[in-house]
Design a binder for this molecule. Structure first.
Ligand code: FAD
Length: 396
């Protein structure tokens, strides 16, 4: 097997697969190290409509649309939940393992070389990267780190990592009949049960995906606190004996500018900490960042990736962070508003569909809450559907 490639990608999640496919389709020789060892990623499996758009270039199969979310329930412990149904789905509930396998198959089919091994060490020799992994060492000019929230590679390269992180717990169980009518084509989000976060319940065709996510640094009640909140959340849903959840971190950017690349390397998706700070949504952002990084590699200038991420995800995440601070500081207020002003919940659908620039949320919220039409700045051709790196001379 060849040991020299144009690019080595560590990690075959959505970010790594998107980058590999974009590069390979342009004729680059790409090696992906898949360190998952068949372990599925713990995930809610909620693919926003903008996330589906981000996959449109891969002609997503019909099963990705099988479980649309048309209705949002917004709950608060001890109070009746608010419900709002939208005319079009805001998201799709998908089996995360199946999504990742489909992406991996696409990558293999496009000619990407996949080695099932973790990246164990990385070193720079001149302008070439040398990667230690099974069957290696492997060499390439470009190194893309798509190893997720606990990426070894980015830590070795000195990346600061997301300073804004959700700790999340998730478990899937068979859907109890009693919950079927409420959860059909719906998503339940509960505010106020977890400090700096929320709980969710999604029905994916008879499978109930349950989870909670809380911002680290908020009062989660010390060690075991999140676990106690998980038990309380499942009790409120009337579920007993749910079993132990799986846990993982969701890293989001903590400020407007974070470094996502350096000399010959770039971090993508969770490895760069690019999930959305409101919900911890990260699949769409991983795909977008993977494509942006690949396009910058093809242009021979990773500085373009830094700028493109700043102009898209990082710009929008500033507004998300502010919104998250508001929602999670006074969740009872947002729950009460959702009950009184369903138009506000419709904004959530607009957001998930990528029909609203997050920077427009403030004016839209004001208009939605006062009963005026929200004046949406709809941008169907958002960067989720067609991420393009800026041209080299754009600011020059
Ligand atoms: C509990 C939970 C629920 C979530 N729910 C949702 C949701 O409903 N919707 C949503 O949009 N987002 C959700 N997210 C966030 C989303 O899962 C991530 O943002 C997304 O998976 C990031 O994709 P990625 O490709 O960057 O990383 P990952 O999906 O984490 O993929 C990284 C891959 O790299 C591999 N790897 C790691 N280290 C190495 C190494 N050294 N060498 C080789 N391979 C390596 C890993 O095994 C993994 O396969 C959730 C996250 C959690 C934790």
């Amino acid at each position: 097997m060849e040991r020299e490639f144009d690019a080595i990608i560590a990690g075959l999640g959505p970010a790594g697969a998107a980058a590999a496919l974009e590069l390979c389709r342009a004729g680059a020789r790409v090696l992906v190290l898949d360190g998952s060892a068949g372990r599925g990623k713990p995930c809610g499996g909620c693919l926003s409509a903008r996330g589906l758009e981000a996959l449109a270039w891969l002609e997503p199969p019909a099963w990705l649309r099988a479980y649309p979310v048309r209705r949002l329930w917004i709950g608060y412990p001890g109070r009746p939940a608010a419900a709002h149904t939208s005319s079009r789905p805001g998201a799709y509930l998908v089996e995360r393992g199946r999504l990742d396998q489909w992406l991996a198959r696409q990558a293999r089919g496009a000619g990407v070389t996949v080695v099932e091994s973790r990246a164990r060490g990385v070193a720079r020799q001149g302008d070439i990267w040398r990667m230690e992994a099974d069957g290696g060492p492997w060499r390439a000019r470009w190194l893309l780190d798509a190893g997720g929230a606990r990426s070894l590679v980015s830590r070795r390269l000195g990346l600061e990592g997301g300073g804004w992180r959700f700790a999340a717990l998730v478990r899937e169980i068979p859907l109890p009949e009693r919950l079927r009518p409420a959860l059909s084509e719906a998503a339940f989000l509960e505010l106020g049960g977890v400090a700096g976060g929320y709980g969710w319940a999604f029905d994916r065709g008879g499978v109930l995906n349950l989870g909670i996510a809380g911002l680290l640094g908020r009062d989660q009640g010390g060690t075991g606190g999140l676990r106690r909140r998980w038990e309380a959340f499942t009790r409120r849903l009337g579920l007993s004996g749910v079993g132990a959840p799986r846990g993982a971190l969701i890293p989001c950017p903590h400020r407007r500018r974070i470094r996502v690349c350096g000399e010959g390397w770039a971090a993508l998706g969770d490895a760069a900490g690019l999930a959305d700070p409101v919900l911890g949504e990260g699949i769409a952002q991983a795909v977008v960042s993977g494509r942006l990084a690949a396009q910058a590699v093809l242009a021979g200038d990773l500085g373009l990736y830094q700028r493109a991420v700043e102009d898209t995800l990082l710009r929008d995440h500033c507004h998300s962070r502010l919104l998250a601070r508001l929602i999670y500081r006074v969740p009872q207020v947002f729950h009460a508003l959702a009950r009184r002003r369903p138009g506000g919940v419709e904004l959530g659908f607009n957001w998930l569909r990528g029909e609203m620039a997050p920077g427009d949320i403030w004016l839209c919220l004001l208009r939605g809450l006062t009963g005026l039409s929200p004046l949406l700045d709809s941008y169907p051709a958002s960067y989720y559907s067609s991420p393009l790196v800026p041209r080299p001379n754009r600011r020059g």
